[in-house]
Design a protein around this ligand. Structure first.
Ligand SMILES: [Zn+2]
Ligand SMILES: [Zn+2]
Length: 409
């Protein structure tokens, strides 16, 4: 590690330590700490230390103060022996139900402007999200370094997607009370988690969790089972519950929100798209819609529905929900790549939540050398763009740029 990088890590570790000593407990949240496995990542090595357990928040805090980890994780599962070194010896009890939504997995249009990737093998660079395979033919590497930016628009997209899952699925279809049955955690970077700790869901095994994921994402949906077939006596209507109603609602939404060019791609052989669009919306929004239209058959409806599902159904990172042994970021800890607080929120606070002010824990100023940064807003002040210059910044902004390796001391 270079001297500069070492000084940067030391400074950040000292800042993190100061936070954990003074303000950690007021932000910390974990139900049943004795039964949770903990994992830590440190500043100067890539070794993931896991299979640790703590009796209470004091002993956890003591450990954090001594070692000052860069990232802190705890298990969604509860175990009888959380610190056993092998999974099979931990004596699994049950697991909170977690949904993880990260902008990293959503193709927002602005990523092309603010995200970059570098191929670890050949050094090829590009804008937007990293490809699956390096486009350089002789390389074919699948390993990239990604430079992702915490863009306000992307963060708003994440909030909207979380709101869809809660308001369109968990509340109406699963009967969960958004006030009492669930809470939200800001991940400290570009995503959010939904946590559900009800006893009824904790006992669900991985297969049941996979079923829930498939339900939210519309994976494997057979529209004809929900009345979208020529022989059905009653076709899906927007006021039906569950996926039956959602089929009608999503197709209406797609028709309303798509441009003529977009609809032309789905219905390539139709010249009268504008007319079809308004007729279909009118028809589908009526009570007991017939789902008939000259020359629009079952296949075309299904195509419209497929596009609508891909666009509007729940978007979550599947493994996080399905893997009952997974470790997730501890609410109250700091994200080591941003310095932002991993913050527990009530669902009704999500809409107005601004991570650039409400997930900031540092006060004071700090002068740093900024290598490069686009314009960004923090604690209601706008900074940058900066390029190779020394600037005095609020400590939160300095920690942020240092954490992202966009600045040095
Ligand atoms: Zn490459
Ligand atoms: Zn963006």
């Amino acid at each position: 590690m270079s001297l500069k990088a070492d000084a940067r890590a030391k400074f950040l570790a000292a800042m993190f330590k100061a936070y954990y000593e003074t303000n950690f407990e007021r932000n910390y949240y974990l139900n049943d700490i004795k039964k949770r496995e903990f994992g830590f990542l440190y500043w100067n090595n890539n070794k993931f230390l896991r299979h640790l357990g703590f009796w209470d928040v004091e002993s956890l805090k003591e450990h954090i103060k001594n070692d000052v980890p860069q990232h802190i994780y705890s298990s969604a599962a509860r175990y009888e022996v959380p610190d056993a070194q092998q999974m099979k010896l931990k004596s699994y009890q049950d697991c909170d139900l977690i949904f993880d939504l990260d902008v990293d997995h959503i193709p927002t249009p602005c990523k092309i402007d603010h995200d970059q990737w570098v191929c670890k093998q050949c050094g090829k660079t590009g804008r937007g999200s990293a490809p699956k395979v390096c486009p350089v033919e002789s390389c074919n590497s699948i390993s990239f370094r990604e430079l992702a930016w915490e863009c306000q628009k992307c963060m708003e997209t994440a909030k909207a997607e979380i709101t869809t899952i809660v308001e369109d699925f968990l509340s109406p279809d699963f009967g969960l009370d958004v006030q009492n049955d669930l809470f939200i955690v800001f991940s400290g970077r570009r995503g959010y988690h939904i946590h559900i700790e009800k006893e009824a869901v904790r006992s669900l095994d991985s297969n049941a969790r996979r079923e829930i994921v498939d339900y939210l994402t519309g994976k494997g949906l057979v529209p004809s089972f929900h009345g979208l077939n020529p022989n059905a006596q009653k076709k899906p209507a927007t006021n039906d519950g569950g996926w039956r109603g959602r089929i009608a609602k999503l197709v209406v939404k797609l028709l309303k929100e798509s441009s003529i060019e977009e609809l032309q791609k789905i219905l390539p052989r139709r010249g009268d798209i504008l007319q079809i669009k308004s007729d279909l919306v009118f028809q589908l929004e009526s009570d007991g819609p017939p789902w008939t239209y000259p020359n629009i058959g079952e296949k075309t409806w299904q195509k419209l529905l497929q596009v609508a599902i891909a666009k509007y159904a729940g978007k979550i990172d599947e493994p996080v929900t399905i893997d009952i042994h997974r470790l997730i970021r501890l609410p109250g800890s700091l994200h080591g790549k941003t310095g932002f607080l991993v913050k527990k929120l009530e669902f009704h606070d999500l809409e107005l939540f601004d991570p650039f002010s409400q997930a900031q824990v540092f006060s004071g100023e700090k002068e740093v050398f900024v290598k490069t940064t686009p314009k960004f807003q923090m604690q209601n002040e706008v900074f940058g763009p900066f390029k190779d210059e020394r600037v005095e910044l609020p400590l939160s902004a300095a920690v942020y740029l240092l954490s992202k390796n966009l600045a040095t001391l």
